[in-house]
Every structure is written in structure tokens, then in C-alpha cells.
Design a protein around this ligand. Structure first.
Ligand code: AMP
Length: 202
């Protein structure tokens, strides 16, 4: 499928905001790959690769994998052919250092992010969803203590990246409470209002 135009997107939201689920839906609608660093790290842990061994303990504690390693993984992934005409990043960048790394990488290709989708979900709702997911999926980083750590890191390290993208005028605040379809429709409407039209084939 050939996308009608490029769309270089980032989805940001606290753990439990539904960014993974919405990220995949939006990427599908645009015919671009959804690139989730969390999924990539979990796959590496499962496969028992060198990368997996390096990140296992960090992920289990809910801490951030070092920027150098994370940015190298993303650079490699974005260099693959399917990301040449757009992508949706989920979970990267997650702090200001990673914003700088991504800017450097994209500007080297003459590219930049087109839009940053911020899913806004009240803290109580995020915690409820995470607790439910812990029961359903048994993720080892969904225990109560680790959830609290991940939310604290989000507020301290990740929320500030939104100020950078707001200043650039590319941040879109989306209400993340509602049905899956309602939220997807809201995001797509906001992207289309920015002139980011979906692939005709999608
Ligand atoms: P997520 O599924 O996005 O919540 O990511 C799960 C875990 O992977 C996080 O708690 C971190 O340990 C690690 N991780 C994912 N993305 C990043 C990132 N951009 N920088 C550092 N660590 C990350």
C-alpha cells in the first residue's frame, strides 16, 4: 500500500492511557508502522537476545533504559524501509535527552515530526486500567509499586517533552476517555484538521 502522504507521528500519554492500542489503530489508518519501544524491549527480553539481557531488570523495576541504548534501537528501526514514508512512535522519546536524539536523527534525513498526539487521561483512570491489565495480561511491570514508579517517571521526565512540542505548535491534546472508536475518531479528526490525511487505501 502506498501512503498518499507521509505522516511522522508520536503518541504520548501516561501508562494506562491506551496509547499502545490507539497507536496501532492510528498507524493502521495511515498505513504506517507503529513503533513501540516498550514492545521492542519486551520482544528482546522474550527472545533472550543481548539487548534483552541488558534491559530485563530495568524494565521490571519500571525504570528507563539508558538513552544511548534506546536511541540506538530506535535509529536502527527507523532506518528500515517501511518507515521511510512515515511512522508512529509510541513510547519514544520519553525524556528531553531522547527528544534531542530524535531531532538529530530526523533532521539528518531532512525530516521532522508532523504531529504529537497527547492522550489525556485522569490519573485515577490510568491506575484502574493498569491494574485491570495486570490481572488480564500478567505483565511483570504492572505490579502496584512498579506502576507508581512508572507514573512518577512519566510526570517527571516525559510530561516536560510535551512543552517542547507545544512550543513547536505540533502538539494535539486529545481526550483519552471514551470508547476505543470514539478516541480513534477524535485523534484522526485532529490529525486531518492539521492536513494529515489518511491513505485512500487504508
Ligand atoms: P511501555 O510499554 O512504553 O510502558 O514501556 C515498558 C518499559 O520499557 C518502560 O517502563 C521502560 O523500562 C522501557 N522503555 C520503553 N520505552 C522507553 C524509552 N523511550 N526510554 C527508556 N525506556 C523505555
Amino acid at each position: 500500500m502506498t501512503p498518499v502522504q507521509t505522516a511522522r507521528l508520536l503518541i504520548v500519554g501516561p501508562q494506562g492511557s491506551g496509547k499502545g492500542t490507539q497507536g496501532v489503530r492510528i498507524a493502521d489508518a495511515y498505513g504506517i508502522p507503529a513503533i513501540s519501544t516498550g514492545d521492542m524491549f519486551r520482544a528482546a527480553v522474550k527472545s533472550g537476545s543481548d539487548l534483552g539481557a541488558q534491559v530485563t531488570e530495568i524494565i521490571q523495576a519500571g525504570n528507563l533504559v539508558p538513552d544511548e541504548l534506546t536511541s540506538a534501537v530506535v535509529r536502527e528501526r527507523l532506518s528500515q524501509q517501511d518507515a521511510a514514508h512515515g511512522f508512529l512512535l509510541d513510547g519514544y522519546p520519553r525524556n528531553l535527552g531522547q527528544v534531542g536524539d530524535l531531532d538529530g536523527f530526523l533532521s539528518g534525513r531532512g525530516e521532522a515530526l508532523d504531529a504529537v498526539i497527547e492522550l489525556v487521561v485522569p490519573r485515577d483512570e490510568s491506575i484502574q486500567r493498569l491494574t485491570r491489565r495486570a490481572q488480564e495480561q500478567g505483565r511483570t511491570d504492572d505490579t502496584e509499586q512498579v506502576i507508581a514508579n512508572r507514573l512518577a517517571i512519566y510526570e517527571r521526565e516525559t510530561a516536560p517533552i510535551l512543552d517542547v512540542y507545544r512550543e513547536r505548535g505540533i502538539a494535539l491534546e486529545i481526550d483519552g476517555v471514551g470508547s476505543l472508536d470514539e478516541i480513534t475518531d477524535r485523534v484522526i479528526a485532529a490529525l486531518e484538521a492539521r492536513g494529515l490525511l489518511r491513505s485512500a487505501a487504508a
